[in-house]
Design a binder for this molecule. Sequence first.
Ligand SMILES: [Zn+2]
Length: 80
Amino acid sequence: MFCAGCKDVFRRLHWDNNGCKSTVWRCISRIEPRGIKCRARTLREEVLEKACFSAFSELLRTCQRQRSRIRTSVLINSRT
Ligand SMILES: [Zn+2]
């Protein structure tokens, strides 16, 4: 996953904030000094998982619709 701000990659991190543990993804420019002041927000993993699942589901629906259109087009053209 790449950062829209600085084009660097995101890294998965385990946070422990006073015993409240969580897994987050953060632009590597904000973790390691690289001379860039990236302002990308830290993403909680569960939010990222939901967004990825939603995107893949939409992609699957689009592929299924396209496949159905192609199949219909082939059937129509094979009859003419
Ligand atoms: Zn960044």
